[in-house]
Write a protein that binds this ligand. Structure first.
Ligand code: SAM
Length: 213
């Protein structure tokens, strides 16, 4: 997804009021930023933002924060928001490894991971967003009854994600190995860029919804 050398991307992101530039200063006071007490849902590794923008548009009573590592990718989401701003959506450009510095205990109601990078080498397993190391970070700020939703077309990554759960103290609430043919789990589904691409190639989409034991 990384778009190399998009001219001006870094500067545009640095100047955008849609991007929260010192997110650790918002820790514990995110609702003040949105000027309401609505729940906060976050997407980590949001890419160009199609999913989170669609969710924010469809659910105005929920506040959304989209997190993306690269300015060149986040730029597309910022440009879309400049065309049609939404009051309940903001972005952070950061590496999610630092995410526990940004949200306080119980501050987030729901987490979305969509088509996360697979990091296929074993020695990089800790970088996978559904790994036990990341689940421990999410544990520090997700409400006790909060849920995490993960979808991907990568079977190896999905199997890894499922196997990580007992080590991290999470359990499956819902799971499908063919989301687009699962009427119940498809309700309210908003496609991501990758989902559109891979499902149109005929790949099944895997999804789980998990919560703490
Ligand atoms: N979620 C989008 C979708 O489904 O179309 C994008 C999927 S793309 C394969 C993965 C995205 O996650 C990339 O844009 C990448 O830069 C971002 N990403 C990967 N690791 C990240 C991290 N540690 N922190 C923040 N973003 C990350």
């Amino acid at each position: 997804m990384r778009l190399k050398n998009v001219p001006g991307a870094r500067e545009t992101i640095a100047e955008s009021s849609l991007v929260i530039h010192e997110p650790e200063k918002q820790k514990g006071i995110w609702q003040q930023l949105f000027e309401n007490s609505n729940p906060i849902h976050i997407e980590i590794g949001m890419g160009k933002g199609r999913f989170i923008y669609g969710m924010a548009k469809e659910h105005p009573d929920i506040n959304y924060v989209g997190i993306e590592k690269y300015s060149s990718v986040l730029l597309r989401a910022v440009q879309k928001m400049e065309e049609e701003p939404l009051p309940n959506l903001r972005f952070i450009r950061m590496d999610a490894e630092e995410i526990a510095e940004v949200f306080a205990k119980d501050e987030v109601d729901r987490i979305y991971l969509n088509f996360s990078d697979p990091w296929p080498k074993d020695r990089h397993a800790k970088r996978r967003l559904p790994s036990r190391e990341f689940l421990a970070r999410y544990d520090s700020f997700l409400k006790q009854d909060g849920q995490l939703e993960f979808k991907t077309d990568n079977r190896e990554l999905f199997d890894f994600a499922v196997e990580e759960l007992p080590f991290a103290g999470w359990k499956i609430d819902n799971i499908t190995y063919d989301l687009h043919h699962d009427e119940e789990m498809m309700k309210g589904n908003i496609m991501t860029e990758y989902e559109e691409k891979f499902s149109s190639m005929g790949n099944p989409i895997y999804k789980y919804i998990i919560s703490r034991i």
